[in-house]
Design a protein around this ligand. Structure first.
Ligand code: SF4
Length: 354
């Protein structure tokens, strides 16, 4: 974990782009208290900006324990960083006054992995959809509220006649997940953080749900952070990708560059593992069991114990994120000599979406 000083002033623009959300040198460490002596670096020194204009879809890919879900929770303000700061519209979210915090909660919306966890089985869909309308005062009358809900449902391809008035168990998995998208949409967010939104639906529904998420970005200009363990869907819908391993961003950039020409040995391993001959075997399954987050005692590259190219320096100090092209960077000493410089913020190598 790098020890760095974080500025408290409003963050500067990057690439001439004004950021809605910006993570600056964010690190999250778990453990280390009286009850749990061991510490784990779940997210290590991540800087990233989500631009206000043309934000695109950013995939955060990695296996269980890579830190991708912790990164999502940090972005949503569910957990605070151990080091570094997160800015919303240029202001540190840790010090936002109550009213501005409410605006942050409205504009940065989650879509959760398992819609069952979100739904109360005793409430109809109407309740799920009406709660944010009431909580955030989005409508002046009941009929206006109902119109808003119907419009949101239709935007994600759901018919209100087939969803309102029903209990969660009366809907398919795909309908439940799309209702979550519609619910997030009600609040007209600037950013949606979707945590494995298609991992619990079958292949036939996956395309429909991913289509809804794509539409939010392309038609409504909402930034989407797509958290996934699946490189195939990341490639399908995202503009840029962040690959994480044990809390570190090991490779990032334009999705086509990273998937078609991976520059970090870990990404190369992941890409080589798809497609698998057995469709029931999930991508990277055998790697998942080995990932438990970064060890505080390991100051070098976390991938070194498994890397076929490991050198002496790899275990001594963490490499920087080397720029390996206009829209690609890798955290690996193999690129030290040919590097185009070090990358400070991950989004500095992002392709700006049209
Ligand atoms: Fe392998 Fe060294 Fe690169 Fe880490 S820094 S991925 S150990 S070559």
């Amino acid at each position: 974990m790098a020890t760095q000083t974080v500025e408290t002033s409003a963050p500067s623009t990057r690439n001439g782009t004004d950021n809605v959300l910006e993570l600056r040198k964010v690190t999250k460490v778990f453990g280390g208290g009286l009850l749990r002596r061991t510490t784990t670096i779940a997210v290590d020194d991540v800087s990233l900006g989500i631009p206000r204009e043309n934000p695109g879809i950013i995939a955060v890919a990695g296996e269980s324990g890579s830190g991708k879900t912790t990164l999502a929770r940090l972005m949503l303000g569910i957990i605070p960083p151990t080091e570094g700061a997160i800015y919303f519209n240029g202001r540190d979210i840790a010090t936002l006054p109550r009213r501005d915090r409410r605006e942050f909660r409205r504009e940065v919306q989650p879509i959760m992995q398992d819609p069952f966890e979100v739904y109360n089985p005793f409430y109809k869909v109407d309740h799920v959809m009406m709660s944010p309308v009431q909580n955030f005062g989005l409508a002046r009358s009941k009929s206006e509220a109902r119109d808003l809900v119907i419009e949101s449902l239709e935007t994600v391809g759901l018919r209100h006649q087939e969803t309102l008035g029903r209990f969660p168990h009366q809907l398919s998995g795909g309908q439940r997940q799309r209702i979550m998208v519609a619910r997030a949409l009600l609040l007209k967010p600037r950013i949606i953080v979707a945590d494995e939104p298609v991992s619990m639906v079958d292949a036939s529904l996956r395309a429909t749900i991913l289509g809804s998420i794509d539409l939010l970005n392309k038609e409504l200009g909402i930034a989407v952070i797509y958290i996934t363990h699946d490189l195939t869907t990341a490639f399908q819908i995202s503009d840029n990708i962040i690959v994480m391993y044990q809390g570190s961003v090991v490779e990032t950039g334009r999705v086509e560059d990273v998937i078609q020409n991976p520059q970090h040995p870990y990404t190369q391993l992941l890409v080589e593992s798809i497609p698998r001959p057995n469709p029931n075997e999930r991508w990277g399954r055998d790697m998942a069991s080995q990932e438990t987050g970064g060890d505080m005692t390991n100051s070098g590259c976390r991938f070194a114990p498994r890397c076929p190219y490991a050198m002496t320096e790899c275990t001594a100090e963490m490499p920087p994120l080397y720029r390996v092209g206009d829209t690609q960077a890798a955290l690996c000493y193999l690129h030290r000599d040919a590097s185009l410089g070090n990358v400070e913020s991950i989004s500095d190598v992002f392709k700006i979406s049209d």
